[in-house]
Ligand binder design. Structure first.
Ligand code: NAD
Length: 419
């Protein structure tokens, strides 16, 4: 599905929450506009000696509550429109879980499967140098997103450090442990999805053992969500990636599938086999009769085109923006629950915040401390959203957005308009 209009979708969600909150029109106008948008051209010398120019973006939506924070995505469909939407969602995400950050996002339009590792490294370094005037440990701190990981973060951190002349640990989060990364960061987004799912199940008087789950996307977020939910007792009946979907009504061997991906080309599930698995399409996965569906791939997966076929009782948004507002209205109208992205996948940015705090203090926590603090933040944030939804008789997204927009609008009002 075309990516055009993702920012319009983010604005629609903002307007809906602002209307309910009766946010002052002037502050709403400010919030509708990202603070800063930078587009850069990144010439890269390819392995064959030719030069290819890639386009990248970094958008800072709001720094009202603190330094901007958000991942960097490498994907062929990256556009400025998409990066703007993702940066706005980061602002709400940081606000809903009460961490002192604003929102940003970055991306490069590139198909990484067509580049060698040295080419990706040169592209990352050139993009870093190009956005360096606007990032910094107190200004804007990047992190991993689709097709970027701890290795990419290491290159960004090294590029900034080389250009600055000293080692700057707190310029990015999601780094390798030996580079000042936080224990538990790699699993944090999936762990947050797991906590949100368990909190929802509690409210629905359902146990993990009687819950079936389908997960779309088997990258960082999808694979860890599937693994941790299975360890809690849920039955993971289907998972998918770009190679297709894998289904077993008796449950899938998630740990084995993760090990398989680590060794397979492009880390795909392609070719995985074990007893009882049938291959289905990604479309069929989304439409399975399960208790919980975790979309953990890209935006706009549940739309007006397929919403009538969605049979899951609850959707926990591991990805950013997988459900369009029109589709969500229909789901909610049928009594289904959608745990919104800004809450459901916020575990990553919460532990990114812990990593930043640890890097600044040069004092590192053990994994148990990271996970306990994450659990506390997730349980409290879920309760805030659930309780407001009950009180105001709104769906979970509107409740989460109302909490977030209120916090950001209050911060703006406290600061006032410069000059
Ligand atoms: P990733 O690159 O590690 O994994 C993406 C997965 O989705 C891959 O398995 C890929 O094959 C699969 N995929 C892509 N298109 C697909 C399709 N059409 N159908 C099925 N599978 C498809 O990325 P990630 O970091 O896991 O991010 C996934 C989503 O979660 C994104 O929306 C991202 O913005 C969001 N998110 C990520 C983090 C994080 O910490 N990594 C935090 C919050 C939100």
């Amino acid at each position: 599905m075309a990516k055009n209009g993702v920012f319009a979708m983010a604005l629609q969600q903002l307007d809906s929450a602002a209307k309910r909150l009766k946010v002052d029109e002037s502050w709403l106008t400010v919030l509708r506009h990202p603070e800063r948008e930078l587009t850069v051209s990144c010439p890269v010398e390819m392995d064959d000696g030719s030069i290819h120019v890639f386009t990248g973006h970094r958008v800072q939506h709001s720094s009202a509550r603190g330094p901007c924070k958000g991942g960097i995505r490498f994907h062929p469909s990256v556009t400025l429109d998409e990066v703007k939407a993702l940066s706005m969602w980061m602002t709400w995400k940081c606000a809903v879980v009460k961490i002192p950050y604003g929102g940003a996002k970055g991306g490069i339009q590139v198909d990484v499967t067509k580049l060698s590792t040295p080419e990706i490294r040169r592209l990352t370094r050139r993009y870093t140098a190009a956005i360096m005037p606007i990032i910094g440990p107190r200004r804007d701190i990047p992190a991993p997103d689709v097709n970027t990981n701890s290795e990419t973060m290491g290159w960004i951190m090294d590029t900034v450090s080389m250009l600055q002349g000293s080692t700057v640990l707190d310029i990015v989060t999601g780094k390798a442990i030996d580079l000042g990364g936080s224990l538990g960061r790699r699993e944090a987004t999936g762990r947050g999805v797991m906590f949100n799912t368990l909190e929802l199940l509690k409210r629905l008087d359902k146990t993990a053992l009687e819950t079936t789950v389908a997960v779309q996307g088997f990258g960082n977020v999808g694979s860890v969500s599937a693994d941790l939910l299975q360890k809690q007792g849920c039955k993971i009946v289907a998972v998918s990636d770009l190679s297709g979907a894998y289904y077993n009504p008796d449950g899938l061997p998630i740990s084995e599938m993760i090990d398989y991906c680590l060794k397979s080309p492009n880390h795909y599930l392609q070719g995985f086999d074990s007893g009882g698995i049938s291959r289905i399409s990604n479309k069929e996965l989304l439409e399975l009769d399960v208790d919980v569906l975790v979309p953990a791939a890209l935006e706009k997966q549940i739309t007006e085109d397929n919403v009538e076929n969605i049979r899951a009782r609850a959707i926990v948004e591991g990805a950013n923006g997988p459900t369009t507002p029109d589709a969500e209205k229909i789901l909610v109208g049928k009594g289904k629950y959608v745990v919104p992205d800004i809450l459901a996948n916020s575990g990553g940015v919460v532990v990114s915040y812990f990593e930043w705090v640890q890097s600044i203090q040069a004092f590192f926590w053990d994994e148990d401390a990271v996970n306990r603090n994450l659990e506390r933040v997730m349980i409290e944030s879920f309760a805030d959203v659930w309780n407001l939804a009950q009180k105001k008789k709104v769906d979970l997204r509107n409740a989460a957005m109302m909490i977030a927009v209120d916090r950001v609008a209050n911060a703006l009002a406290e600061r006032g308009i410069f000059p």
